[in-house]
Design a protein around this ligand. Structure first.
Ligand SMILES: NC(=O)c1ccc[n+]([C@@H]2O[C@H](COP(=O)([O-])OP(=O)(O)OC[C@H]3O[C@@H](n4cnc5c(N)ncnc54)[C@H](OP(=O)(O)O)[C@@H]3O)[C@@H](O)[C@H]2O)c1
Length: 203
């Protein structure tokens, strides 16, 4: 599959490496061109499937540069978090409660099929969930059932068991995924490792 990843940080690079290992044709998008990175619009045009791996506060700018014509009709996995580091550590959420980056993207590009996923775990764990022993969970959310099924298939290829993938419903579920970050940041601090996740159980 041709995949366009918007974002050159650790997440973009980690996902690109895994997707290439799985045999996909990946182009990474950036504001500037360079070795193994192309302009956002070129990466988005290349991808049949797209991934937003930019900072949540910059995602709409990155997607605007990517161009609506390169997003429409495509599944867009949104991995971003709206973390604002401008007031120091720990970061605050720049969008929360009644909105989320995932919803902003879906509202701005109604013809894209946004699926919020993977934002609740550290980059290494996204593509190798076995780094944590035992069962642990990955929430996803999005309006399009077919898009979520396609993303779940990809997550399975990353190593996530099907029953670890917890569907939160429509894209408003992205609020919950993004507002999980303050808890994640506390767990990171208290447990002394980024290799930390939650396991959702029901009675
Ligand atoms: N780090 C993790 O383990 C982790 C885990 C879960 C979720 N996330 C989320 O995943 C996303 C990516 O995280 P990351 O640490 O890999 O990278 P990041 O440093 O948050 O973002 C890097 C990307 O943002 C782009 N960018 C920065 N300013 C921009 C602007 N003004 N306009 C457009 N694009 C801009 C950069 O473009 P250039 O290439 O041009 O510099 C770069 O491609 C974030 O939302 C983060 O919260 C991270």
């Amino acid at each position: 599959v041709r995949i366009g990843i918007l974002g050159t940080g650790i997440v973009g690079q980690t996902l690109a490496a895994k997707l290439r290992e799985l045999g996909h044709d990946v182009v990474i998008g950036s504001r500037t061109e360079g070795e193994d990175k192309r302009p956002f619009a070129e990466a988005a045009a290349h991808g049949e499937l797209l991934i937003n791996a930019t900072g949540g506060g910059n995602s709409l700018a990155a997607l605007e540069a990517a161009g609506a014509e390169n997003l429409n009709g495509k599944v867009l996995i949104d991995v971003s978090n709206p973390l604002d580091f401008s007031k120091g550590m720990p970061p605050t959420l720049s969008i929360c409660n009644d909105d989320s980056v995932g919803e902003q993207i879906q509202r701005t590009y109604p013809d894209a099929k946004v699926v919020k996923a993977l934002n609740t775990v550290t980059a290494a764990l996204m593509v190798e969930p076995g780094l944590i022993s035992g069962e642990h969970s990955l929430p996803i959310a999005g309006n399009d059932e077919g898009a979520k099924a396609q993303v779940a298939d990809l997550l399975e290829k990353f190593g996530w068991p099907r029953d670890a993938i917890v569907d939160l419903g429509d894209i408003a579920g992205a609020r919950a995924q993004e507002m999980y970050l303050p808890l994640w940041l506390r767990l990171y601090q208290s447990q002394g490792t980024a290799m930390v996740n939650i396991h959702i159980v029901k009675g």
